[in-house]
Design a protein around this ligand. Sequence first.
Ligand SMILES: C[S@@+](CC[C@H](N)C(=O)[O-])C[C@H]1O[C@@H](n2cnc3c(N)ncnc32)[C@H](O)[C@@H]1O
Length: 257
Amino acid sequence: MFGFYEDFYARVAHSSVHAEFCERVFGRNLCQHGFADMEQIHKLIEVLQLSSGQRVLDVGCGNGMIAEYIADTTGAHVTGLDNIPQAVDEALERTLPKADRLSFAVGDINALSLPDHEYDAIVSIDSIYFSDDYARTIRQWVDALKPGGRIGILYAHGREPWVPKDQFHVETLAPDHTPLAEALHANRLSYRTWDFTDDDYRLALLRKQVLAELRPRFEAEDLMFIYDNRMGDAHGVSQAVEEGMHARYLYEVQAPG
Ligand SMILES: C[S@@+](CC[C@H](N)C(=O)[O-])C[C@H]1O[C@@H](n2cnc3c(N)ncnc32)[C@H](O)[C@@H]1O
């Protein structure tokens, strides 16, 4: 996926069709490549009780537009981390006038070197999938939190199109049995969940509709690789939900006090 994300972030910042796609599907153009609309982002902000003066880490921040939105709306200082240097450079350049409350760095979720007890909150919006070892990543995030800090993870789990139906374990869809929940249990962490599966389905159908309408403009901007990627995701999610093989949750994880 590294090559895809390099191309994606190199092109989306200047794309009018992708901006319109994000506005119509997610409610605002934050250059999303995850699946969170503004309702999910606002729920994340509310659940984590993000507020002025706090220090927040956004893992898998892309070009930082969601981090910037969180900093703008809450007054928190947000640090964004992503492994695509060009996306991080773009975030730094765009937010230079806001450098007192936004910072960005290149970092790999599988080679994290985070300061101990630094953050009040860590957010991960559709980025934990890139961890090779969820339990280790969660442990590293907890170590980077101040005592009593919180982690907010927007996360989907379901059958991928290439997995045969009889090989997908539907019992792993329950919020206490997903691979992420298993990683939280391994770290003896307590957590709360909110179910966004219906919302995920609605958004997948909307993505398909909006993409179909905007297809000529994706073609005109030579962005069919993004169109195909997003249409593939939307088909995969909508089909898996219809088969009862997909779920999406917000997890709020509390670090020990
Ligand atoms: C699905 S996108 C989500 C982006 C953003 N959080 C959003 O919701 O739009 C996943 C993000 O994780 C980043 N990513 C992928 N692999 C990574 C890794 N090994 N370390 C850090 N970030 C990674 C990608 O560059 C991308 O920005």
